[in-house]
Design a protein around this ligand. Structure first.
Ligand SMILES: [Zn+2]
Length: 176
């Protein structure tokens, strides 16, 4: 179960890849992409509030149709009607779903809610070990910190590479 660091960095990478080069400041769509990619895990709140019988996590907020609704809502709220912006918002959000789908150890992700509640998972071997000790608060904090660091080491370079390629492409475009 990737943590917000992995999700945020992946969403930022998707937004950095898809953002229109004319748009400035460039950090704005990247930040929005990161926030969108973190947001599906807000379904934890529904579990904590013990709404219904729980079991909300990896449910409707992780579905692809729901991501399309989020993308649509974002262009309405931002009054930015470009197809590219719709794609950016939707893809940043859906990056979360796909990352969870790929690595989750849970019973799976409700990819096609509301059409089916079936939970899907690919469950590839995860490069990061997400188990942490609960022997003491200190040991748990150290373990979680290590996981955060591992996510940073894997996902930050992806964002940097995408940003580098975008910058190089924009420069080449200006020179042509
Ligand atoms: Zn999730």
């Amino acid at each position: 179960m990737p943590l917000p660091i992995a999700h945020g960095l992946l969403g930022a990478s998707v937004a950095a890849a898809l953002r229109p080069s004319s748009q400035s400041p460039a950090w704005k769509p990247v930040l929005i992409g990161a926030l969108l990619a973190i947001s599906p895990d807000a379904d934890y709140i529904l579990n904590w509030m013990r709404i219904s019988s729980g079991g909300w996590h990896h449910g409707f907020t992780h579905s692809i149709p729901f991501a399309l609704v989020i993308g649509l809502s974002m262009i309405v709220v931002s009054r930015d009607w470009r197809m590219r912006s719709f794609l950016l918002f939707t893809a940043a959000y859906v990056s979360h779903t796909l990352l969870d789908f790929t690595f989750t150890e849970s019973r799976g992700v409700a990819l096609w809610w509301p059409f089916t509640n079936y939970r899907y998972k690919l469950r590839l071997p995860n490069p990061i070990d997400y188990t942490w000790s609960d022997a003491s608060l200190f040991e748990m904090s150290v373990d979680i910190l290590k996981i955060c660091l591992a996510e940073l080491l894997i996902f930050a370079p992806i964002l940097l590479i995408v940003m580098y390629i975008r910058r190089a492409a924009t420069k080449a475009h200006k020179m042509a």
